[in-house]
Ligand binder design. Sequence first.
Ligand SMILES: Nc1ncnc2c1ncn2[C@@H]1O[C@H](COP(=O)(O)OP(=O)(O)OP(=O)(O)O)[C@@H](O)[C@H]1O
Length: 283
Amino acid sequence: MIVQMKDVKKHYKQFELDCTMEIQSGRITGLVGQNGAGKTTAFKAVLGLISTDGGEITVLGKNPSKLLPSDKTRIGVVLSDGGFNEYLTVKNVASVMSAFYPDFDKMNFLQRCDRSGLQQDKKIKDYSSGMKAKLKVLAAMSHDTDLLVLDEPTAGLDVVARDEILDMLRDYMMDGERGILISSHIATDLEGICDDFYMIHEGKIVLHEETDVLLSEYGVLKVDEETYAKLDRQYISQVKKETFGYRCLTKNKQFYLENYPGIVVENGNLDEVILMTIKGERI
Ligand SMILES: Nc1ncnc2c1ncn2[C@@H]1O[C@H](COP(=O)(O)OP(=O)(O)OP(=O)(O)O)[C@@H](O)[C@H]1O
């Protein structure tokens, strides 16, 4: 286990985090949630950047406050509100990284920047958002890490730039001993790359599921009132009233496909699950 959070609490004036989550090696774990749900707070707790008010956190076998500089070099980080000084060039960034990380491979970093179209002498302020995002991810991966913590690395990017970043992350995972914790509010990004994901809502983890299970076993039933009244609801987890009747989230779509051949059963996807979990009622 690379990261373990157990009942981790953080109180702010109008917000309370209560988070239990695990990140295993060889896996990409996603954290999804609306704006203000607590993703960045959870990430900062994992990284020891904020104090917590309860619970236990273990990162690479230690409490975050006990991580030595040599442990911290094993963690690559992209925070949504972080970044390099805009007046630096890629070459300057490489020099800064060399000073911080003994195992930083400058040549490899500069080659990868070149391949990603990042000109070495251009100031960061003159890069597009996509290029800035790629630079942050490349820098986070440029030293020998076991864990990447990426808070919204693809936010605000077009589909091509997003895809390039997701490809970089797939490359990074080729060595199976590593793990990634990534947040995004673009569900399709996480579906395409994560092995499992957690959903956070108002500071609480409301769902943890394997992506494969979600895509193969979850489904959404759309039924009129009459059908809903007769429906066996033992495998329905959330329900939402619609103009046509009811929209129902199930973790066992096969049951309804076999037993109710007449009704509409759509395949589950992360967007639907998020919507139903937040807007629907639990039954
Ligand atoms: N230092 C702080 N003091 C008070 N409240 C805070 C502080 N940091 C975060 N919060 C509050 O905690 C809540 C969760 O914020 P957080 O940044 O973790 O959400 P998020 O899921 O990352 O959202 P976003 O996607 O918008 O970045 C918000 O209501 C925010 O206002």
